[in-house]
Design a protein around this ligand. Structure first.
Ligand code: ATP
Ligand code: MG
Length: 256
């Protein structure tokens, strides 16, 4: 009974915006993203702007969260950055940030919208620009391999220092790897306690097969327990109560 109650509290408290980088983020989280930013900048040296793809093997490993937070961190280094939601099947970028999800990328690729004037949204709160996914098309893959998409990335690279593309998972659809000719480098997100070795191996095999340049692996979610604990300590008495309730006192332990 009590286990169920605790799970519900975790979901209630973690609204999507809480996962985004802000002044309220804990010091380790801010440092982790600074270090990710630095590593990305060093692994993609040379002049000109860069296009980074964020992928993972499976759903829910943290790609979109990492894509947005990396963009925020890059913007904090006074670089111009845009996040493009290329997950036109199950888009989440707009919802996470709290902006309109449509029209967006799919509408532009279908030839219905002018990208510069109407589709790019500036998010003042995070200092980033976003191109949301748009209406969900019946088959997004052909849209992504189109000349139109290639041209769009070139256009964005003319203006932004970093173009970050958020993709669906590699073992589910080929959308991410088919763009390897356009993307300068990919980050592979691995989620603590969730990612599976075989699926990850398959991801790297597919990326290798497509000549995709892997910049590195982002290990997401390690240390969440202490993050949750800190949050609960500040905001939710029940959690403490729960922990204390179940924690045996030294005298109880001895009597076991
Ligand atoms: N480090 C983390 N700690 C706790 N929750 C996290 C962490 N990273 C991501 N999440 C949460 O996990 C869920 C999945 O994250 P996210 O949407 O970023 O993953 P995704 O890989 O983009 O998923 P999808 O493949 O469905 O697009 C979200 O609810 C997000 O808030
Ligand atoms: Mg996602």
């Amino acid at each position: 009974m009590k286990m169920r109650k605790r799970k519900k509290n975790v979901q209630q408290i973690f609204d999507p915006k809480k996962m985004l980088l802000s002044e309220d983020s804990s010091f380790p989280v801010r440092e982790a993203y600074k270090s990710l930013r630095t590593n990305v900048m060093f692994t993609l040296p040379g002049g000109g702007s860069k296009c980074i793809g964020v992928v993972s093997a499976n759903r829910g490993e943290g790609k979109s969260t990492v894509a947005i937070n990396l963009a925020i961190s890059i913007s904090q280094a006074n670089k111009k950055v845009i996040v493009v939601d290329c997950d036109m099947r199950l888009p989440t970028i707009a919802a996470k940030i709290g902006i309109n999800g449509k029209p967006g990328l799919s509408n532009y690729l279908a030839g219905n919208e002018d990208v510069q004037s109407s589709l790019i949204q500036h998010v003042e709160e995070y200092g980033i620009d976003v191109l949301a996914s748009g209406d969900i098309p019946p088959d997004p893959t052909p849209l992504l391999i189109s000349e139109q998409m290639n041209g769009l990335v070139k256009l964005l690279k003319d203006y932004y220092d970093y173009v970050i593309l958020d993709f669906p998972p590699v073992t589910v659809v080929t959308d991410a790897v088919i763009m390897s000719g356009t993307v300068d480098g990919y980050l592979v997100v691995v989620r603590h306690g969730l990612s599976e070795f075989q699926k990850l191996k398959e991801t790297f095999r597919q990326m290798d097969f497509s000549d995709a340049k892997v910049l590195g692996v982002v290990y997401n979610g390690k240390g969440n327990r202490s993050h949750y604990s800190k949050y609960y300590r500040k905001n939710n008495h029940y959690y403490y109560y729960y922990d204390e309730y179940y924690q045996k006192s030294p005298s109880e332990s001895k009597s076991d």
